[in-house]
Design a protein around this ligand. Sequence first.
Ligand code: SAM
Length: 286
Amino acid sequence: MDIPPGHELNADQIAYWNGPGGQHWTDRQQAQDTLLAPISDILIDRAKPKAGERIVDVGCGCGATSIAFAQKVGPTGHVFGIDISVPMLARARQLAPAGLPVDFVLADATVYPFDTASFDLLVSRFGVMFFAEPAISFANMRRALRPSGRLTFACWREPRHNPWMMTALQAVYRHVPELPQPGPEDPGPFSFASEQRVQRILNEAGFSGVKMERCDLSLDVAIGRGLDAAVETGLEIGPASRALEGQPAEVRAAAGNSIREALTPFARGQAVPLPASIWMVTAPAS
Ligand SMILES: C[S@@+](CC[C@H](N)C(=O)[O-])C[C@H]1O[C@@H](n2cnc3c(N)ncnc32)[C@H](O)[C@@H]1O
């Protein structure tokens, strides 16, 4: 496997997304894309892609948003998905319909030599929270935007506003030791939760006029397949899955039972909707 070298400070994340983390996400691609479809809809709505535009999708993973944006820009436009994960990009290439104007590159967006002023729009669904030095990464990406360009990305608000992820984790903690608390600026899913921090990073990278819109929504952790599927989601994604890494089958089974108990009050028929909250961040390139 040819892992991209990337910025030296991103080495841990590059290893993670090319190790069990990236493999796991790839194995669950279909379920993840169904679960996160409401976020794609909000992202597309706020980004307002136009026919003929050139778009870069940062941390594009298995490519769902790259493909969706390519369908919006049409044959005269183009989408360029960039990601550091070999298994996730392999899936993206498999999923992209032939003839769609979308290409993928395996590289760290922090150091990738983008053509200067070559994109109209930078988008991302949860792909920008994993940089060790995000101001450096965003400065590199800003160079790739035309002066008339813009960025639009989605990132998670604080854990307490995202019970869809944290309910399972609290249940799992009845059986396993708590994960070490990451520092507020450490790369990870919640590293862009602070509005002040995101503003600071983007200002340092040269963006001004940054707007952050809070979007509260609900995510169906069962993806329409009932409580068993919701328990599986709880066991397999986010911090709960990391807390369970390496645990024996009986501990996983007990954790599964606790997740079921915690999720049962949320069940509505085959759906198990739980509250979620994101920032939709937008800014002009200049
Ligand atoms: C939470 S996943 C989101 C994937 C995808 N955007 C989605 O919504 O399904 C985060 C993605 O960011 C990618 N990523 C992390 N650091 C990166 C970097 N420095 N450059 C490019 N991609 C990166 C990971 O490989 C992973 O695919």
